[in-house]
Each structure stands twice: as structure tokens, then as C-alpha cells.
Design a protein around this ligand. Structure first.
Ligand SMILES: Cc1cc2nc3c(=O)[nH]c(=O)nc-3n(C[C@H](O)[C@H](O)[C@H](O)COP(=O)(O)OP(=O)(O)OC[C@H]3O[C@@H](n4cnc5c(N)ncnc54)[C@H](O)[C@@H]3O)c2cc1C
Length: 398
């Protein structure tokens, strides 16, 4: 329920920020009409805190009106205004997982696109399983902004009532999903590694207590049930070419004043252009067993010869052998390359959780009991400092 108290001074600041044209000024007081979705945009701008939203306490309720599994579509940040942006691969991974969930629930799988211009995104989204695409096109959606994007999503959720919503656990998804969850007053399970349906509810599994146990989480008392999932955790299904989704166009009236953060300048990091570890097909990873930064550098050469990217365990990162952006694992990046080569990594559970989805794992460790051998397809018990130079030499000859 939304209420405007006597404190309202009739300043009208709330009127332009309402994306749904739901506020009228009557007798110099803000009055909400039936278009209000309780998105909270007006609450944020009211200078005298005259607007309050009261949300119902979570309790076992009838949620039969909530239907549909939604996936937030993340578009590439880079790119000029109005130009086509690439859909981030994690979106297709989530659609692949979402398809399975939606089929089990006998509900639609829907993709949610917020963009300044649609460039036929529904084709790819349909090919990866979406039945419907909620498409919001607006100039203000040219780049990601927490206030603007969360306001639009909260409005869509209140209007269409999905039963579940999935986001990539990317920088953007980790910013957006909590904001949406707190505005809607619903739960959010971050960094899920598995999703399933149990008794009609979304069963969200994620590592807990430093990765030592798996926690299964249900949210029976609120809707939508919301999860973030890291890139490379869910397997991407094969696209069905020619399968398209129905586009449902949604309007949103967005005002610039809703945008509290303005991007003044973008600076590309030095690694821009290079293949990122999460997208690499080949990863050559090193751990504490590489002993020194100089010796670790040999992995750079080996990786270059193989056309790969260097990865590192957290111990190697802590020792300054490699930058944190290359850390593989629970508190680093989850990867699933075709080939993962590890040298001097023991295979702690926090490391394994980030690389076990790799197609082929080859591990070198001088300890025959190292846990990394439990997930490796090929294990070599030996000294990395002897093996790495020999591999480099052999590859150079080819
Ligand atoms: C909350 C939390 C989050 C974490 N997140 C991550 C994460 O994201 N990623 C991560 O990696 N870790 C993470 N960790 C740390 C993790 O528990 C381990 O401490 C870490 O992975 C160990 O790194 P390592 O295998 O390089 O080092 P060690 O465990 O010290 O292993 C070194 C290995 O090198 C071998 N070795 C030594 N010399 C040689 C040689 N000459 N040739 C071949 N092998 C040799 C040894 O036999 C040993 O197995 C996290 C821990 C916590 C508590």
C-alpha cells in the first residue's frame, strides 16, 4: 500500500520520476492512481519523506497468480548509444536452465530486455528457449543504471507477477538483483550453483561455510523467487535456430532525475581486448607450488604457446604471482574452458568449485594424494619446475 502523508508540500518532484504516470497533483498534494506499481521511485525523490510504501509481511499466501520463469537479459556495456549490443553468454546459460525449470512448472520462460533500441534480440533469446520477451525500449536505457533499471524491473514484476526470476552473478546482476529484491521485499539467493524444482518451489543450491557444505534454499513466502547464478556454472543448451519468442512491448516513462549516478567517463582497462578468463577455451593455471613470481611467469609463456589465458589459485594471487582478476574459484571467477591445466595447485574445495566444469582437466602436482587429482582427467605426479620448461620446449619445436 502507498500513502502520501500531510507532510507533502506539493513540490511535484515525484511526478516526472514516476515511470508509470501514476501520480497526479490534486489540491497541491500527490495522489497515486491505479497505474502505480509500488516501484518506489517517488519515495526516493520526495524531499520531505511524505510518501511511504507498506509491504505485506511474508506469510504462506496463495501465489497461484504468479506464473512464469524470468531471465534478466544482460547486454554488453561497451558500444555506442543506439548500436546493437551483444547479449552476454550468461543470459543464454540462464535461459537453458530456466527452460528446464519452466517446463517442469508448466509455465512460460520469459526474457526481460531493457534497451534503448531493440536490434532483434528476440531471435537469439527464442533460439535459447524463451517463449516471450518483455521488451522495454527507452532512451534512458542506453546504459546500465541501478535506479533506472531496478525501477523498470520492479514495475514489470508487479504488473506481470512471475514466479521466479534469474540474474547472472555478474557485476551488473549483483548490483541489480539485490536492489530489486529489497524494493519488492522478497528473498534473493546469490551465486547459486544448481537450480531445481521441489514441490513447485525453486530449490536454490549454493556453497556455504567457505564451500564446505551445500545449502539448499527455498523461498516459500514471497514471489518472485530470485537467484543469481555465476557465468559458466549452468551448461548452455544448443540453440534451436528459427525458434523465436513472442515480443511483448512494455512502455516506461523514465525521467533523467531518477538517475542519481551519472557516468562521466569510461576508461578501458589495459587488459581490454584480451580474452577474459571466463571466456577462455584454454586456461593454464598455477598455484603456490610454482614457488616464485619468476617461475610462475613461465606459465605465461606456456599459455601463449597454447593460445590460452593464465589462471591462478588464491594462494598464488595472495603471493602476488598474478592479479586477482585471474583467480579461479569461489571468491574468484568460475570457468569452464575446454582445457584446464593446473601446476602446483592442491585442489582445495574453493578452487575446485570454480573449475570442475572444465571439459578436460590436466593436473601436475608432486603430491600423489593432492585432491586436485580427484577431478583431473589426466594427473601427472611430478615437479612442475621440470615439466613446464619441457612442455614449452616441445611446443616451441612445433
Ligand atoms: C572463503 C574462502 C574462499 C576461497 N576462495 C578461493 C578461490 O576463489 N580460489 C582458490 O584457489 N582458493 C580459494 N580459497 C583458498 C583455498 O582454501 C586454498 O587455500 C587455496 O586454493 C590453495 O592454493 P594452492 O593450491 O595454490 O596452494 P596449496 O594448497 O598450498 O597447494 C600447493 C600445492 O602445490 C604442490 N606443489 C608444491 N611444489 C610443487 C612442485 N614443485 N611441483 C608440483 N606441485 C608442487 C603441493 O603438493 C600442493 O598440493 C578460499 C578460501 C576461503 C576460506
Amino acid at each position: 500500500m502507498i500513502e502520501v502523508s500531510k507532510k507533502c508540500i506539493g513540490c511535484t518532484k515525484c511526478v516526472p520520476v514516476c515511470p508509470f504516470a501514476a501520480i497526479n497533483m490534486i489540491d497541491k498534494k500527490a495522489v497515486m492512481n491505479e497505474a502505480c506499481t509500488l516501484c518506489g521511485a517517488c519515495v526516493q525523490v520526495c524531499p520531505v519523506q511524505a510518501i511511504t510504501i507498506t509491504r505485506e509481511e511474508a506469510s504462506a499466501k496463495d501465489f497461484s497468480g504468479y506464473r512464469g520463469v524470468w531471465v534478466y537479459v544482460q547486454l554488453d556495456e561497451a558500444g555506442e548509444k543506439g548500436h546493437a549490443k551483444k547479449i552476454k553468454p550468461v543470459t543464454f546459460e540462464l535461459l537453458s536452465a530456466g527452460r528446464r525449470l519452466a517446463d517442469e512448472l508448466k509455465e512460460d520462460l520469459c526474457a526481460v530486455v531493457l534497451t534503448d533500441k531493440n536490434h532483434g534480440y528476440e531471435k537469439d533469446l527464442g533460439a535459447y528457449g524463451a517463449d516471450k520477451v518483455y521488451m522495454v525500449e527507452h532512451d534512458e536505457l542506453f546504459e546500465y543504471n541501478t535506479d533506472i533499471f531496478s525501477t523498470v524491473i520492479v514495475g514489470l514484476v508487479n504488473r506481470h507477477k512471475p514466479s521466479a526470476m534469474l540474474y547472472g552473478a555478474t557485476i551488473q546482476g549483483r548490483d541489480l538483483a539485490p536492489r530489486v529484491a529489497s524494493t519488492l521485499y522478497v528473498g534473493l539467493t546469490a551465486d547459486c550453483t544448481a537450480l531445481a524444482i521441489k514441490d513447485g518451489l525453486l530449490l536454490q543450491s549454493r556453497p556455504a561455510f567457505g564451500g564446505n557444505i551445500m545449502a539448499d534454499i527455498l523461498a516459500p513466502n514471497s514471489r518472485p523467487q530470485m537467484s543469481t547464478v555465476r557465468p559458466n556454472v549452468m551448461k548452455m543448451a544448443e540453440p534451436v535456430l528459427g525458434r523465436t519468442a513472442v515480443v511483448v512491448r512494455e512502455s516506461a516513462k523514465l525521467d533523467k532525475s531518477l538517475r542519481r549516478v551519472k557516468v562521466l567517463e569510461r576508461k578501458l582497462d589495459h587488459g581490454a581486448g584480451a580474452v577474459k578468463i571466463e571466456n577462455a577455451n584454454i586456461i593454464v593455471s598455477g598455484g603456490r607450488g610454482m614457488k616464485t613470481r619468476e617461475k610462475f611467469k613461465q606459465l605465461e609463456e606456456l599459455s601463449k604457446l597454447l593460445g590460452g589465458v593464465v589462471g591462478a589459485s588464491r594462494a598464488a594471487v595472495d603471493l602476488g604471482f598474478k592479479e586477482k582478476t585471474h583467480q579461479v574459484g569461489q571468491s574468484g571467477t568460475t570457468v569452464s574452458p575446454k582445457l584446464y591445466l593446473s601446476f602446483g595447485i592442491s585442489g582445495a574445495v574453493q578452487h575446485i568449485v570454480g573449475m570442475k566444469a572444465s571439459d578436460v582437466i590436466i593436473s601436475v602436482n608432486k603430491d600423489p594424494n593432492a585432491p586436485i587429482f580427484n577431478v583431473a582427467k589426466y594427473g601427472i605426479v611430478g615437479d612442475a619446475h621440470e615439466i613446464v620448461p619441457k612442455l614449452i620446449e616441445a611446443l616451441r619445436k612445433n
